[in-house]
Design a binder for this molecule. Structure first.
Ligand SMILES: [Zn+2]
Length: 267
């Protein structure tokens, strides 16, 4: 049954909804979290879509980034050095460089540690989930602090070092290396999509956090889980396409709600 609770709800109603979510989570065998742009927004990273989105501000970028890159990888790196890239990318990069995990990220790490969440699938590329300590993590759109070979899929962590010039060819197969972040027009890497699907197939409860569930193919995973009988629980400030299929929908932020869910599950 859908039980939408919004920010105007009384503290009592919010408390009872969180209790309800805690009950479903603790009665589930395999809980998978799925996070979207809303999670990053709470760390000060602007989204692409929506009223405050980068695309609304700068216009929609051209959508064939991946084919441009493949045609001329060294030209792509040169344009990057000279900042001859979309303005929205420059603003995004600055925001990403100063972002840190918030209370919601740390709460998810706690849920994993105390056995209430088995894995997290994120659509975010900011590496904040990893920083918060989440270990069973699938970054469906890649991780901005890694490089990936487009031929064999080998990944290398960069740490704080972000290369300015085109990196060397892949050490394993001599293939072309790019940032792990999935570009426009680039398919989700096969290994990642397969791992995400395997998690969803095991799940009897999926926590949809800060996602409008509009970006394919990631959003399709919710409907696959629902069709297989999993409970979908939504935590998002506004109503989404998912709301009508959710067992519980709490219209609030991750930073507000998730620490309280951790608390409810610890009692
Ligand atoms: Zn390779």
């Amino acid at each position: 049954m859908t039980n939408p609770v919004n920010l105007r709800s009384t503290p009592k109603a919010i408390r009872s909804t969180i209790k309800n979510i805690a009950e479903i989570v603790s009665n589930s065998n395999y809980v998978v979290g799925m996070t979207g742009a809303g999670m990053s927004v709470e760390s000060g990273i602007p989204p692409f879509r929506g009223a405050d989105g980068l695309w609304t501000k700068y216009g929609t970028p051209h959508m064939n980034g991946y084919s441009d890159f493949k045609q001329d990888p060294s030209g792509w790196w040169k344009r990057r050095i000279n900042e001859e890239i979309d303005s929205h990318i420059v603003e995004l990069r600055d925001a990403l460089n100063s972002a840190a995990p918030h209370a919601g990220h740390f709460a998810l790490a706690k849920l994993e540690k105390q056995g209430n969440m088995q894995s997290l699938i994120t659509q975010n590329i900011d590496a904040l989930d990893e920083k918060a300590g989440i270990t069973n993590l699938i970054e469906i759109h890649g991780n901005r602090t890694k490089l990936r070979c487009i031929d064999c899929g080998d990944r290398v962590s960069l740490g704080d070092f972000v290369p300015l010039y085109a990196p060397d060819a892949c050490k394993k197969c001599d293939g072309i290396v790019k940032f792990d972040t999935v570009m426009f027009g680039e398919p989700i890497p096969y290994d990642v999509m397969k791992a995400a699907r395997a998690e969803i197939d095991k799940a009897d409860c999926v926590l949809a956090i800060g996602t409008s569930a509009t970006v394919r193919p990631a959003s399709g995973l919710f409907w696959i889980a629902k069709a297989a009988g999993a409970n979908i629980i939504e935590i998002n400030p506004s109503k989404t396409k998912l709301t009508s299929i959710c067992a519980v929908s709490l219209h609030s932020t991750a930073g507000e709600t998730l620490p309280r869910l951790v608390e409810a599950l610890s009692n």
